[in-house]
Design a protein around this ligand. Structure first.
Ligand code: HEC
Length: 168
């Protein structure tokens, strides 16, 4: 998009227009690709998600005492709610809300958010994924996120699949 195209364009249209570029998310606006995630399919609707099911959390994702909810967009829903092999199509987004404790979770108070975005088709490589570390965060590569999520390489870098939820 060239600057001279932007002169007379309102900010809302600007944000919508650059949704495909990896530059959205600064300035306090959520990326339009996940801004309405509360309306997405909630994988943990019937589940109390807490503890450290994989045993690798440490202090990440608010640690073992935190409580979590996980949402998926329409593009990733069939894959994540289906069965192995879990290979997500490009455009799939998985969002995790993490609360510090049970009271916060019950009140829906102050969730931290982490976001996994499948940027291109394929399996077996973290290069297919981008990551954001908050609702208004910017999607991009992250060795920190990808490194740990490599433990879920068998399910395309996503832990919380239907099989996972059935087991934990
Ligand atoms: C220390 C390891 C570790 C790091 C670092 C880490 N995660 Fe996770 N993540 C996990 C584990 C384990 C789960 C599943 C269990 C849970 O939710 O606690 C998970 C769950 C998630 C989920 C829910 C979907 C899924 O894969 O189960 C998202 C989304 C997510 N992480 C995104 C991120 C992002 C974005 C980052 C970087 C900002 C990140 N994670 C960093 C270990 C990690």
């Amino acid at each position: 998009m060239k600057n001279n195209h932007l002169k007379h364009v309102g900010i809302g249209i600007l944000l919508a227009g650059v949704a495909g570029c990896a530059v959205v998310g600064g300035g306090g606006e959520a990326d339009p690709r996940w801004a309405d995630y509360k309306n997405w399919h909630k994988l943990t609707a019937d589940k109390v998600g807490t503890g450290d099911p994989v045993g690798i959390l440490g202090n990440v994702h608010k640690g073992k005492d935190g409580y979590r909810d996980v949402y998926v967009n329409d593009i990733g829903k069939a894959t994540i709610t289906g069965s192995a092999p879990y290979v997500f199509p490009a455009g799939s987004i998985v969002i995790k809300e993490q609360f510090a404790n049970k009271a916060d979770w019950e009140a829906g108070k102050n969730p931290g958010m982490t976001i996994s975005i499948k940027k291109q088709d394929g399996s077996g490589s973290s290069d297919n994924w981008e990551w954001a570390n908050k609702y208004t965060g910017k999607a991009g590569p992250s060795a920190f996120c990808a490194g740990c999520h490599t433990a879920a390489i068998g399910s395309d870098f996503v832990f919380t699949t239907a099989d996972f939820l059935a087991e934990h």
